[in-house]
Design a protein. Structure first.
Length: 395
């Protein structure tokens, strides 16, 4: 891949700057290699830096925390804080003495009970944001000539856009994740089983979660499958999209949908070798749905907006891929279609939802592979991702 630039501007940068101007500490969370450290070092080039990834630093953070912190001028970037959670209470003491904004800039993974430690020690003192991999818009804004299928296949890990080889990078990433993160946050006994479970999850990207089937295909117990899904969610690899009930519970599917937060990782684990192979497969529609979900989640996360996202499916098979409750009782309903020219036939789920929740649907959208925006006879809009993001900005 041609290297166009070494820094790709992140949409979350204004939010991070705003947090650092208001809170004494800021924590950037997210999965491994989403760019957390690079983002902080880019935006705060004069800040001191220390990583708890080094055993000596992690030990010093536990045994002599004040001496360690005194060595580094503020503002101070503390990387991989999950390896030294005891340091959080010492940061609290320092912050309570001096609440100057932007003193401590932390990175960490949501696993390792990190969020619980932050809630206990730094409540009201620390702004928290989640950094996901690059969005399709960020990739395009940086000058890369990627189309949506190529992005779905490659994903958004920043290193893949600054020279890393896909065929070498992903195996190394998965191995590192298995060897380090999994061993550190869970008593996973058989890493080979867990690796196989990752691939089983990838082949179910965008599908309703079924622990029994996943356990059977992996050769593990259903309770183990449930535990491992929780592990993948906690470490920022998976997201479970809950069903929308509203006030009608009985006839609604109650299991969540499983999504990889990066379609490139899912594509690699599922065994695809090119975007064309993915597009031609029976998994294309599910991966397109995962792409749509992922871009919308990034849109809200990068703005610090906690907007509830759901899906809707009845026991009769009526379904809407994404239900956005942008305010109580107000819904934007989105159906993801892996086609260029959707028709009224593709709006069946949207209209079923509108009938079930009359008066609550603000907008019905079919998100398709198109750059043209048009309206169907039933009032549903057909549009591409660019137009959808503009809609979300104004709602």
């Amino acid at each position: 891949m041609h290297i166009i630039c070494m820094w790709i501007t992140r949409d979350v940068e204004p939010l991070l700057n705003r947090m650092a101007s208001q809170f004494p500490a800021v924590l950037v969370t997210g999965a491994r290699q989403t760019g957390k450290t690079s983002l902080l070092r880019h935006l705060f080039p004069r800040a001191s830096y220390i990583t708890m990834d080094l055993p000596a630093h992690a030990e010093a953070a536990t045994t002599t925390p004040d001496s360690l912190l005194n060595k580094y001028p503020e503002p101070l970037i503390i990387d991989e804080i999950q390896y030294a959670p005891a340091l959080l209470k010492h940061l609290k003491v320092r912050i309570d003495r001096d609440r100057t904004p932007g003193r401590f800039l932390l990175t960490g993974s949501q696993g390792f009970s990190l969020m619980e430690g932050v809630s206990e020690s730094l409540a009201g003192r620390c702004g928290i944001l989640e950094l996901l991999t690059l969005s399709y818009g960020e990739v395009r804004s940086a000058g890369f000539s990627s189309d949506e299928p190529s992005y779905m296949f490659l994903g958004g890990y920043p290193e893949l856009y600054v020279g890393a080889d896909y065929e070498l990078w992903f195996p190394s990433y998965v191995a590192t994740y298995l060897e380090r993160d999994v061993r550190n946050i869970s008593q996973v006994i058989d890493l080979q089983d867990f690796n196989r479970f990752l691939r089983v999850c990838a082949l179910r990207n965008g599908q309703v979660l079924n622990y029994t089937d996943m356990a059977r295909d992996t050769g593990i117990a259903p309770n183990t499958a449930r535990k491992w899904v929780g592990l993948l969610v906690a470490s920022g690899v998976l997201f479970l999209l809950e069903p929308y009930y509203g006030n009608r519970v009985k006839r609604i599917i109650k299991s969540p949908k499983l999504f990889f937060l990066d379609t490139g990782l899912a594509s690699f684990l599922a065994g695809f070798h090119s975007s064309q192979e993915l597009m031609d497969s029976s998994f294309a529609s599910a991966f397109w749905e995962g792409y749509v979900f992922g871009q919308i989640k990034r849109f809200y996360a990068n703005r610090g907006m906690r907007v509830p996202l759901y899906y809707w499916r009845t026991v009769n098979g009526q379904e809407v891929d994404l239900v956005i409750e942008d305010s109580p009782g107000s819904i934007i309903a989105i159906e993801a279609k892996w086609k260029e020219h959707p028709t009224l036939d593709d709006a069946g789920g949207l209209n079923a939802l509108a009938s079930a929740y009359e008066g609550k649907i603000k907008m019905k959208i079919i998100l398709a592979r198109t750059e043209v925006k048009y309206r169907l006879r039933d009032g549903s809009w057909v549009m591409g991702m660019k137009d959808l993001l503009e809609v979300l900005k104004t709602n």
